[in-house]
Write a protein that binds this ligand. Structure first.
Ligand code: EPU
Length: 430
């Protein structure tokens, strides 16, 4: 069983380069189903979610050429299957983007309900509402199969009742080939929505307004191949920014879009960090105990929910009491139990947490409950006194490209250990 082992106390210093965005690439890979030619995709992060997505495409019959570990050429012209089975779909949330992409390609998709991180109920009612508005019939079948079928997709206006990244992407994918104009109102504005729109437009789509709350998609019959480079990962960058500040280090974080990091920079500055933006890099340093602050997670451009566990970890050592309000997910504080094992003083009350800063965290055996919770455990290990061992690290491997090597290169004492003796494993039961 693999563990990450960290001896805490080292300040991070030097420079680190950020990989392509997980949440972009997991939308762009299914989008290749809409192209008639070859799509060359660069800056693909080397993460487990990408491996699974490529497997799904390859099992369907796509030709995939690995140019190097971050560049792939994908041609989906010979695909005839419109099915993604449970064994594959359950491995990641984004497998549901195959519904929109297959619906666009074949007017019929059969995709098992997706997996992904567990933050309480993750409904897909807005996706269904959008597919139905485009003229499709949605049937939830056996073995968690979602069957979505249309005689013809017809452009329409869709208003989302909640701001949802997943439904915005799925409807963009499906409506690209619908007849006429589709207007999405109350759309999500995350950087990966804009990245997907740019990718589809470079295949010949006509999508305007991505990054605002109204997206207009004029349907087209055919799309060609293209060359495209994925944007840098906002959350990976934010994780290194917070890790740097938490260890009171000094790191230049390269290959980023500073505009995407504004909400994270603003909160780190409130904490007492020094943050400087350059064209495509950001410099973070901190040399004192963090101030206590309040944070409310919000859809973009608000403070991202996917940074909440990491910044809460930093605030566990702040002077004074911080309040974190989670407004996106019902249950995103599971990791708090692990931080408390390390000595943090945190009280969770529904969708908010009060963090009373302590002087020190102590290394302990802990568990990565999900992807970002895993990142928080790494930050906790970096700042704790003593040794931290993190279990269930497959969650971390889903979304962080070579995180151990990258952290080692900036001074962390961290390693991957294959430990056959798991007798003192933390129970995941109950
Ligand atoms: N929602 C509904 N109905 C729907 C869809 C969503 O009520 O049909 C609600 C959700 O329950 C949630 C809110 O809307 O309360 C936002 O959900 P959203 O659809 O935006 O989330 P998602 O698409 O499932 C993506 C990211 C998550 C990130 C959220 C929010 C991907 C693959 N996942 O999830 O990323 O937390 O947006 O920004 O893009 C991560 O990377 O660690 C991660 C979990």
């Amino acid at each position: 069983m693999e563990k990450i082992v960290i001896n805490g106390g080292n300040k991070l210093h030097g420079s680190v380069s950020i990989s392509g965005a997980k949440n972009s690439v997991v939308a762009i890979l299914p989008a290749t189903l809409l192209a008639e030619g070859t799509c060359r995709i660069e800056n693909v992060p080397d993460i487990k979610d990408v491996t699974v997505m490529l497997r799904i495409l390859s099992d369907m019959g796509a030709e995939i050429k690995t140019i190097n570990k971050n560049t792939y050429e994908i041609n989906t012209k010979n695909i005839t299957s419109n099915v993604v089975k449970h064994e594959m779909s359950r491995q990641l949330r984004a497998s549901y983007y195959f519904i929109g992409a297959l619906l666009g390609r074949f007017n019929h998709a059969r995709v098992a309900m997706p997996g992904g991180c567990s933050f309480g109920v993750r409904p897909i009612d807005q996706h269904i509402k959008g597919f139905e508005a485009l003229g499709a019939k949605v049937v939830m079948g056996e073995k968690a199969m979602v069957d979505v079928k249309a005689d013809k997709l017809i452009g329409t206006s869709i208003y989302f009742d909640v701001v949802t990244v997943g439904a915005t992407i799925n409807i963009m994918l499906a409506s690209c080939k619908a007849k006429g104009l589709t207007i999405i109102e109350n759309a999500a504005k995350e950087p990966h929505i804009v990245d997907l729109a740019n990718f589809l437009n470079s295949m010949g789509a006509d999508i305007r307004g991505a990054g605002t709350e109204t997206i207009k998609i004029r349907g087209m019959e055919r799309f060609h191949g293209c060359e495209y480079s994925i944007i840098p990962d906002q959350i990976e960058a934010g994780t290194y920014m917070v890790a740097t500040a938490a260890t009171r280090g000094d790191v230049l974080i390269k290959n980023v879009i500073p505009k995407h990091l504004e909400s994270i920079s603003a909160k780190l500055i409130e904490c007492g960090a020094v943050v400087e933006d350059f064209d495509d890099s950001i410099h973070v340093s901190m040399n004192r105990r963090p101030n206590h602050i309040s944070i409310k997670t919000m859809p973009h451009p608000g403070f991202p929910t996917d940074m909440q566990p990491q910044i809460s970890t930093l605030l566990s050592l702040a002077s004074g009491s911080s309040i974190i309000s989670e407004s996106v997910w019902d249950n995103r504080f599971r990791y708090v139990e692990q931080l408390i094992r390390m000595g943090a003083n945190i009280r969770v009350d529904g969708k908010s947490a009060t963090i009373q800063g302590v002087e020190v965290l102590h290394g302990a055996p802990v568990r990565a409950d999900d992807l970002r919770a895993g990142a928080a455990m790494i930050i906790a290990g970096l700042i704790a006194k003593g040794t931290t061992e993190i279990e269930e690290i497959y969650h971390i491997q889903r979304g962080y490209d070579h995180i151990i090597d990258k952290l080692k290169s900036i001074g962390a004492d961290i390693e991957l250990r294959n430990d056959p003796d798991n007798s003192d494993q933390i129970s995941n039961a109950g």
